[in-house]
Design a protein around this ligand. Structure first.
Ligand SMILES: [Zn+2]
Length: 245
């Protein structure tokens, strides 16, 4: 019995540590479906992690009057003044929100996520969130209300901290471009298949990737179907894992 208890204990410990290693959350976010005939509404969220601006997407949004929520980092803001100016010139279309100061995953233990080193401590997560908000405040415009961490994965304790700092956390329900690594066709298919209430994630900072072309095609297909686009601030988004309540 002692042996059994010990091995059960060891198993429990193993399960607990395996659990800890695996407890990163990738929260979802949905809008309340409208249930209207023909279309409905979706939220387009685009991450500007670093790098430059995909003007194919930016122009298509302006030309077709498609509103979007853009998650920008401090790094991206610094290098893309022209794109920021275009977004600020269309406040009816673009809402800029917080994607962190340095594009460091909001995970408060040291580890790597998709090859990116996590913030690694509660203090570092807080610094990432607050420096992102400060960069946005420095670029003018309204204060950020939403946060999305690099890689969109979080430790549960980081989610609680980000909520205490006053931000809602922006999950998603449609992974439109697979981190900007999908081909144009598959990206267009995924985005074009979005349903009433979906929150789409894609990227606006990879002008050389084929995915950007697919983002534009998918959005135009949705518009053609009569889908309405809303920004996160204009809708009651409901997230899981304590991200919005
Ligand atoms: Zn990012």
């Amino acid at each position: 019995m002692g042996l059994l208890r010990n091995s059960l204990c060891a198993m429990a410990l193993f399960a607990a540590s395996a659990g800890n290693a695996a407890t990163l959350l990738e929260p979802t976010l949905h809008l309340k479906p409208q249930g209207v005939e023909g279309g409905g509404r979706v939220a387009l969220t685009l991450d500007a992690c670093g790098g430059t601006t995909d003007t194919r997407i930016l122009s298509a949004l302006v030309d077709n009057r498609i509103p979007a929520t853009i998650f920008v980092t401090g790094i991206w803001l610094k290098r893309n003044a022209e794109a920021v100016e275009i977004m600020r010139a269309h406040p009816d279309l673009f809402e800029l929100e917080n994607h962190g100061g340095r594009h460091v995953p909001a995970v408060d233990t040291p580890r790597k996520i998709f090859g990116i080193r996590s913030a690694g401590s509660p203090d570092a997560v807080q610094a990432e969130v607050e420096s992102g908000a400060a960069a946005l405040a420095g670029a003018g415009g309204p204060a950020a209300k939403w946060f999305r961490g690099a890689t969109a994965e979080y430790s549960p304790s980081a989610i609680a901290m980000i909520r205490r700092l006053g931000f809602k956390i922006a999950g998603f329900s449609v992974n439109g471009d697979g981190g900007s690594l999908l081909g144009a066709k598959e990206t267009a298919r995924r985005i074009g298949a979005a349903k009433d209430g979906d929150v789409i994630i894609a990227h606006i900072n990879q002008p050389t990737h084929a995915a950007g072309e697919g983002v534009v095609q998918g959005l135009l297909a949705l518009k053609q179907k009569g889908m309405t686009f809303v920004r996160l601030d204009d809708a009651e988004g409901v997230g899981n894992d304590g991200t919005t309540d």
